[in-house]
Design a protein around this ligand. Sequence first.
Ligand SMILES: [Zn+2]
Length: 592
Amino acid sequence: MRRLGVWLLAFAPLTRATAQQRPFTHADTLRGSITPERIWWDVTFYDLHVTIDPSDSTVHGWNGISYRVTGRPRAMQIDLQTPLNVDSMVQDGRMLRYRRDGNAFLVTLAAPQPMGATKTLTVYYHGKPRVAVKPPWDGGLIWAHDSAGHPWISTACQGLGASVWWPTKDTQADEPDSQRIALTIPDSLGEAVANGRLRAIDRRGDGWTTYEWFVTEPINNYDVAAYVGHYAHFTDDYEGEGGRLTLGFWPLPSHLDTARVQFAQTRPMLQCFEHWFGAYPWYRDGYQLVEAPHLGMEHQSAVAYGNGYRNGYRGRDLSGTGWGLTWDFILVHESAHEWFGNSITTADIADMWVHESFANYAESLFTECRYGGTAGAAYVIGTRAKVQNDRPIVGPYGVNAEGSGDMYYKGGNLLHTIRHIIGNDSTWRSILRGLNTTFRHRVVTGKQVEDYMSEHAGVDLSRVFAQYLTTTQIPVFEYQLAGDTLNYRWVDVVPGFDMPLRVSVGPDRWVRLAPRQAWQTTTLPLADQDDIRVDENFYVLARRTRGGRENDTVTRPLDSSSSGSRAHPGGLQQRRPATGPHVPPAGHQRSS
Ligand SMILES: [Zn+2]
């Protein structure tokens, strides 16, 4: 139901130049594009029933896929990854014929498929699903044990795809309106937790119990999660913009006391994000935080938590400023995805920056909510040291491929820069909240998000997005100063790059410039030539040159206290929390 218009899907692949990382295959196209076998039907409901058996690491069950016919019917593509296998596919009581093409099944339908009708196809399947190699990044089924030796099982499949453990239309471009997740496990295993709310527990008396969970709102299929283990459970309520939100926490029993302390960060997180982004998107389904045998994942209304009940990212500060150690990275970052990623979902993972750049910037906003704007800015600016500028943030379309991991730190800094281009926090907040009302529970292209922001910023941001999302160059503000005459321009930029910039001309005295690629001249009221400094909130480089003589340029950062490294702008002076320790930057590790 939550589906992007056909015309948007058809044109999205043409909107950007793409950088290929490897030769793409027929299988990549089947997985990552809206194939003819996908385009004519719109998922309305998944009725998923899975039995999880740790004795032989297998799963089996069925998914009733309900859909509306929205185009001329033909074969139907259902995705299920090897080594899982389909047992049968049934519609209207008839077994259907199908052909396997790698991880896709092309089903020949027998019943009429009138336009507008809602039909159901049931897929029965079984097998030994791919075991996660390094979850959550290299995912699959996770067959772990807790410290007491009990089996502790989970799923993680972002990027890889939900079809690694259940049959589905494996694309972000189509979500059901709602979904049942019925998990059957041996009685001895403890409990099974999934997304949404627990509707029923069926203790069958044969050694197996079924836990029926239900999500009443649209959900990405990579967000559908199973957690099986011996859990403790406690609940709370939160009065927020959408009324009373139920909170459910599922730590392992040995971590219950620690979890009560650490998970107290949930309330200020919700307060902060509701302030900036608007109401939590899933009041009907609630908010849960579930301890998982991997670092974490934004599983909708059942966020996976594996950060060891420590602040920071596994106890480290990704910003190098100390601020990142004042809150729990996984609790904050993954929960931010409830707004950006889960409620607003991109049709193609090439546009995954919409999920990750906003979740990254949410970390800075949370720091700001707790410790003020200077701290929030220091955090996001501090993460610039992690920017690689290796390849564009936007990936190739139609092949299920993401762009650069710069979608995190550079993407967050792009948003921080845009905030300062706008220069008005009430407008900025209304854009963040407006995105969440306009695109609430919807699938979007990155272009739609960019256009919305430009329209409501009152500034055409198209070249700013093009620069930071599709190139690896950081804009250079090049200037020459003679007396109080300033010549300036942008270099290393996309054609027509026209980002405004704020420059200091003395203590607490700022001017806004509108540099272009062509030289411009202005007169500045400078008492001292060293007073000129680019606002560090803009993620740019600054370079002073001597007038007109290309061979005689002098390059230095605008602020001589800065390192002047390629990832840092001039004028970088981070303020650290008075008591927070300064920790060495963590290695470049993408978060989830
Ligand atoms: Zn993330």
